[in-house]
Design a protein around this ligand. Structure first.
Ligand SMILES: Cc1cc2nc3c(=O)[nH]c(=O)nc-3n(C[C@H](O)[C@H](O)[C@H](O)COP(=O)(O)O)c2cc1C
Length: 171
């Protein structure tokens, strides 16, 4: 899948707004993720209001990409009635990654901003969005049109792979 190898974190964006059809496509990609027992814990908040975006950017010192992007998506995890609560973090990661990959395929750039499990970041977002305790912030994703052509670094490292056991044996 070409998108996997083209994806890289984009942290600088043009002013061009992201079309609503593309935003919807990103959200569809997020919700297409696998989840434990198909529990689909996700909800998403699309943010394009500059003031609200600024408030969310207070969550951590590493939110520069969201400050500079025309929009962002906050991924929320439902906290109630999960069949497999221990898997919610994995489910949410899969959804976040799907959005990053779909962004590449749509000609957009995106950056995952870490939130969960850092309580301070979660608190800032909960406060800014006035979230009820039935959902908890998991990640934020800055999205926009890349300011420059993004170059991904290929990372395949054969020394990290073994077959039929670990560690690798010299042949
Ligand atoms: C859980 C997680 C949290 C991250 N948080 C941030 C962040 O807060 N700010 C940021 O600029 N990048 C963040 N990133 C992006 C990483 O820095 C980036 O994925 C890594 O440096 C590899 O670069 P690449 O995405 O271009 O391959 C995060 C990535 C992950 C998976």
């Amino acid at each position: 899948m070409n998108e996997i190898f083209k994806r890289t974190s984009v942290r600088q964006f043009t002013d061009r707004l992201v079309e609503s059809e593309k935003i919807e496509q990103l959200l569809k990609a997020g919700m297409q993720a696998p989840s434990a027992g198909n529990q689909q814990p996700w909800e998403f908040v699309v943010i394009d209001d500059p003031q609200l975006k600024d408030a969310l950017c207070e969550a951590s010192p590493y939110t520069g990409p969201l400050k500079r992007s025309p929009m962002g998506i906050v991924a929320l995890a439902r906290t109630n009635d999960m069949r497999f609560p221990e898997d919610v973090q994995s489910d949410m990661s899969a959804a976040t990654q799907n959005i990053l990959l779909e962004a590449v395929s749509l000609g957009l750039g995106a950056c995952w901003l870490g939130v969960f499990p850092i309580q301070e970041r979660m608190d800032v977002i909960t406060e800014a969005l006035k979230l009820p305790n039935t959902v908890a912030p998991f990640s934020m994703i800055a999205v926009g049109y890349p300011a420059a052509e993004a170059e991904a670094t290929l990372r395949y490292d054969a020394t990290r792979v073994s077959y039929n056991g670990y560690p690798r044996t010299a042949s």
